[in-house]
Design a protein around this ligand. Structure first.
Ligand code: ADP
Length: 402
């Protein structure tokens, strides 16, 4: 049986259909510019034989979902004979707040809980829910499961998620660390444990998710113990366009003395900082690397600041786990592909017992141990696969609910 995985954004829907017997992707696609002129419809079957890329009018998510369900069972381009082959649908949902701490069936009650989290993820939860509603109306008789970016971090202890604020802000307003990219952290942590032959519930590692968004997680005994993103998606290591950790005094100074509006401050710290702001060039790591190699000083500085912050988190997380680390795992666009950044971050981690092997590290997008044979802590590259994780979770929850 197959699981349909849906990642619904405000103007886009990504999807994959996954065969749960062999865990292979049967087909995948991306609909863009939903609700805007010149919508784009992308579809590809597993063998790459059937590819569609065309401009289509996609006025809303319902129409988009119908297009997806039509193409996957299309006699020519499709990969299944009928929608009966779909065992369940897994929906990526960004925020489950404090009440949802695992993947759940999308019952009316659980959808209400997701709606209550809209203030915490105003840009993500509403379009995620639009996708749920649209697919549910087309496929009402199969289980729909929500898989949450925040859920993996629900195991963090209080000392990791409570801020040093007056406790009332937690009690009254639920201001606390939530953490994100949980599906990715969980996937690579489980995969890392399996590769090293260590039981998942005894595995300690730091997972380094480095894409446009960046977050590192301390995984202790297979569970999230602490993570670098917090209440929102701004803190921790600098990202493509986001600043990462900032002294809040800077924000007050911007508001009070530089007379910037909250909108301007928001725009600066979310859209104009990070690699883009520091280098003055681009949020794309490839551009920053290229410029640094050509002698651009600010690009070089951006790389150093990035690696410095990354090292700091790895060191801190390793200490929190009592120095019992089995592995440091790199994943997502930069983590999987950027050889130089991995090397820059790992230089100096010998104090933790982690020694990178430059030759082994000379790979992109491959699952591999890139530390020296005598390195006590293994350094690993594991391509993330959030869609497969969502499919596995959906299958598990659907089975349990029978
Ligand atoms: P998203 O968070 O949008 O899913 P990705 O995981 O695709 O992001 O990561 C995007 C980042 O990965 C960009 O900064 C991009 O420059 C970087 N990246 C992709 N390929 C390479 C590469 N070959 N070398 C260095 N960086 C890369």
């Amino acid at each position: 049986m197959d699981i349909l995985v849906i990642n619904s954004g405000s103007s886009s829907i990504k999807f994959q259909l996954i065969n749960m017997h062999n865990k292979k992707v049967l087909c995948k696609g991306l609909l863009e510019r939903i609700g805007i002129a010149d919508g784009i419809f992308n579809y590809e079957s597993h063998d790459g034989k059937d590819k569609i890329k065309e401009t289509r009018d996609i006025p809303n998510h319902r129409v988009g979902i119908k297009m997806i369900l039509d193409v996957i069972q299309d006699p020519k381009a499709g990969v299944i004979k009928s929608l009966d082959e779909i065992e369940g649908v897994g929906h990526r949902i960004v925020h489950g707040g404090e009440k949802i701490n695992t993947s759940v069936l999308l019952t009316e009650a659980n959808i209400k809980l997701i709606e209550e989290c809209i203030p915490l993820a105003p840009l993500h939860n509403p379009p995620n829910l639009m996708g749920v509603e649209a697919v549910k109306s087309e496929l009402p008789n199969v289980p729909h499961v929500g898989v949450f970016d925040t859920a993996f971090h629900a195991t963090m202890p209080e000392e990791s998620y409570i801020y040093g604020l007056n406790y009332e802000y937690y009690e009254k307003h639920r201001i606390r660390r939530f953490g994100f990219h949980g599906t990715s952290h969980q996937y690579v942590a489980e995969k890392g444990a399996d590769i090293l032959g260590i039981p998942r519930d005894q595995f300690n590692c730091v997972t380094c998710h480095m894409g446009n968004g960046v977050s590192f997680t301390a995984v202790k005994n297979g569970k999230s113990f602490d993570t670098s993103l917090g209440y929102g998606t701004m803190c921790g290591i600098p990202m493509g366009t986001r600043a990462g950790d900032l002294d809040p005094a800077i924000l007050l100074h911007m508001l009070d003395n530089l007379k910037m509006s909250t909108k301007d401050v928001h725009n600066q710290i979310y859209n104009n900082s990070g690699l883009k702001g520091m280098s003055g060039l681009s949020n794309d790591m490839r551009d920053v690397q290229k410029a640094a190699a050509e002698g651009n000083k600010r690009a070089e500085l951006a790389l150093e600041v990035f690696a410095h912050a990354a090292k700091k988190y790895i060191g801190a997380f390793s200490t929190l786990m009592g120095g019992t680390l089995h592995a440091i795992i790199f994943t997502a666009g930069i983590g999987e592909n950027d050889i130089a950044t991995r090397e820059r971050i790992c230089n100096g981690l010998e104090v933790l017992g982690a020694r990178i092997d430059k030759k082994k590290n000379d790979i992109r997008g491959e699952e591999k141990i890139v530390s020296t044979d005598d390195s006590r802590v293994k350094i690993m590259v594991i391509p993330t696969n959030e869609e497969l994780m969502i499919a596995l979770e959906t299958h598990r929850v659907a089975e349990e609910s029978h």
